[in-house]
Design a binder for this molecule. Structure first.
Ligand code: NAD
Ligand code: IPM
Ligand code: MN
Length: 329
């Protein structure tokens, strides 16, 4: 079997605690070589940048990237995130962000647009400190960008239970959303077997809480998808459970796998972070690499383990959870 080359970026906070757990699980089910990168807020303090100028080139030849989390209290988030996480998602055209949630009767996938929308670089702050100070940021939605994520979501729904929900806010206020709706509707024609609906994102948030079991695939813009995926994970029990895949579906560039949660400074260093999101991200990576049997074994073990970290009301440490999981593999 071919050996896969994985780039590991633990990053900051609990990223450095959950990524080693994911690596131990990977080593139990397959044969991987790793290159570890110390790109982080610590590196920023030491060397003046989150990653080296040729960072993307160094990642380019790996089969996949596994990332922990980025962000530390001492560093403004726009510096750390625009310095590491966002350039990888954009530079490698990882325009689909898959965020599956399966627990407590919920089995849905949020398909988040991952490179445009509300997360634009157009805008800024003017008149800092003056009474007339202002901040603007343009949302950028393109026919190509919305179309490709809509196409992906329809196809995914067709392989699952056949229901696609599009998150919108087209009730007259946000001008970009009627455009989003039109493009999603155009793609419906090619997928007659998929039932599709659109929901205003505020009402949809309420339905995620009241009736989460009815959702199958949910397609959403960058910001809406970000918020909805934390919400879905919390309804399923904890944001520590949720995995994600930043995919370049054309495979022109490596894809990146990371838990949905952040660096959790409030619990970092205590060894109690739930590694399920990171381990689930490794499972998504195994599937992406075609290692379906290994992915199935880990998913099975995750469903069987009775270990619970504190976020789920238990007292297992990250290390205890991982060891118990490994004993099931
Ligand atoms: P967060 O996800 O780090 O934490 C939110 C809450 O959830 C905290 O109370 C935390 O303790 C808890 N939590 C998160 N993951 C957990 C886990 N695995 N086990 C148990 N509890 C867990 O979100 P935040 O506090 O908004 O952000 C903290 C930092 O992380 C910021 O710098 C933010 O920008 C960054 N961030 C990075 C990413 C990423 O790298 N993809 C994602 C989100 C936030
Ligand atoms: C996520 C995070 C990031 C995002 C932030 C930290 C930039 O919340 O991966 O969900 O919004 O994409
Ligand atoms: Mn988020």
């Amino acid at each position: 079997m071919t050996k896969h080359h994985i780039a590991l970026i633990p990053g900051d906070g609990i990223g450095t605690e959950v990524l080693p757990a994911a690596r131990r699980v990977l080593d139990a089910v397959g044969d991987f070589s790793y290159q570890e990168f110390d790109w982080s807020c610590e590196r920023l303090a030491r060397e003046g940048a989150m990653m080296p100028p040729d960072g993307l080139a160094r990642l380019r030849d790996h089969d996949a990237i596994l990332l922990g989390a980025v962000g530390a209290p001492a560093v403004p988030d726009h510096v750390s995130l625009w310095g590491l996480l966002i350039p990888i998602r954009r530079g490698f055209q990882q325009y689909v962000n898959l965020r599956p949630i399966r627990a407590r009767g919920i089995d849905m996938v949020v398909v988040r647009e991952n490179v445009e929308g509300e997360y634009s670089e157009i805008g800024g702050r003017l008149g800092r400190g003056t009474p007339d100070e202002l901040a603007v940021q343009e949302s950028v939605f393109t026919r190509k960008g919305v179309g490709r994520v809509a196409a992906y979501a329809f196809a995914l729904a067709g392989r699952r239970r056949g229901l696609l929900t599009s998150a919108t806010k087209s009730n007259g206020i946000v001008h970009t959303m009627p455009f989003w709706d039109e493009i999603v509707a155009e793609h419906a024609a090619a997928h007659p077997a998929v039932r599709w609906e659109q929901e205003h994102v505020d009402a949809l948030a309420a339905k995620f809480v009241l009736d989460p079991g009815r959702f199958d695939v949910v397609v959403a813009s960058n910001l809406f998808g970000d918020i909805l995926s934390d919400l879905a994970a919390a309804v399923a029990g904890s944001i520590g459970l949720a995995p994600s895949a930043n995919l370049n579906p054309e495979r022109a560039f490596p894809s990146m796998f990371e838990p949905v949660h952040g660096s959790a400074p409030d619990i970092a260093g205590q060894g109690v972070a739930n590694p399920t999101g990171a381990i689930g991200s490794a499972v998504l990576m195994l599937e992406h690499l075609g290692l379906d049997e290994a992915a199935r074994r880990v998913t099975d073990a995750l469903s069987k383990t009775s270990a619970r970290t504190p976020d789920l009301g238990g007292s297992a440490t990250t290390e205890e959870f991982t060891s118990r999981l490994l004993s099931l593999l």
